[in-house]
Design a protein around this ligand. Structure first.
Ligand code: MN
Length: 252
């Protein structure tokens, strides 16, 4: 099995190292990841600048390819320019911070996997719901199990798996829930500050708290100690409303 690994926290992040080490036993891994922190770039791609790719080592050993682009760039590059064989699986992560609710839209981690799905390859995004003291053990082990089941089963075209885990020891994880994307979004605001020259600048900050009670939503499952697996797709059409829009009898 050929596996392409990417992330948005950058090739030197801890999460991608844990993921790559765990997936080594599953197949041949190729790491193509951003050379710097690229969180929250969404599905951006680079078209006005060249993409530089340099070999990256970790612990004195070749680890993968660091690219001067976004996660979506890295997956395109990996598949179309770097890997000799087309991958059987794309895995993006393990991200520091959950990617649930409307955050999925901003997430570079999810976009790495989305790009894989758009190119017709089974793809998984994996995120750990914390920014402090991450324990990647359960996330890495669960991804290995998911990869094994994807050897036997197929995902529908254009569908990827968005996995989120609570940051708790593996023995305390209650189980796995197949969830839906919650309608929770980041409650964000701006810190208004002054720079040393007296100029005003803003820094976005905020909190991500569940605003729905739906027990099968991604965020509620994770908050209750479950691993959340959401099958997601990127057909953004509102079919129900499209039918009603027909009745508007729009004229050119
Ligand atoms: Mn990130």
């Amino acid at each position: 099995m050929e596996i392409l690994i990417t992330n948005d926290d950058g090739i030197y992040a801890e999460g991608i190292y844990a993921l790559a080490n765990a997936l080594k036993k599953t197949g041949n891994i190729t790491v193509v990841a951003p050379d710097t922190q690229r969180s929250a770039v969404g599905h951006a791609i680079t078209i006005a600048d060249p993409l530089r790719v340099t070999p990256a080592s970790r612990n004195g050993k070749f680890f993968g390819y660091a690219a001067s682009g976004t996660p979506a760039d890295c997956v395109k590059l990996g598949i179309k320019a770097i890997m000799k064989k087309r991958p059987d699986l794309v895995v993006s992560g393990i991200n520091l911070g959950g990617n649930m609710g409307y955050n999925i839209l901003y997430s570079g981690t999810v976009s790495g996997a989305t790009e894989g799905a758009l190119l017709g390859i089974p793809s998984i995004a994996v995120s750990l719901d914390t920014f402090v003291d991450p324990d990647f053990t359960a996330a890495a082990a669960f991804t290995v199990r998911l990869a094994a089941s994807l050897k036997k089963r197929a995902l529908p075209p254009g569908t990827l798996l968005n996995v989120n885990l609570p940051n708790i020891p593996p023995r305390r994880i209650k189980g796995v829930r197949v969830t839906n994307q919650s309608l929770t979004s980041f409650n964000d605001w701006f810190d208004k500050r002054k720079d040393p020259h007296g100029g005003t600048y803003y820094w976005m900050t905020g909190e991500f708290k569940a605003t729905d009670k739906d027990p099968v939503s991604d965020i509620n499952a994770v908050n209750q100690g479950y691993i959340s697996v959401t099958p997601i797709q990127f057909d953004l059409t509102n079919y129900k409303f499209a039918a009603e829009l027909e009745n508007w009898a729009l004229k050119p």
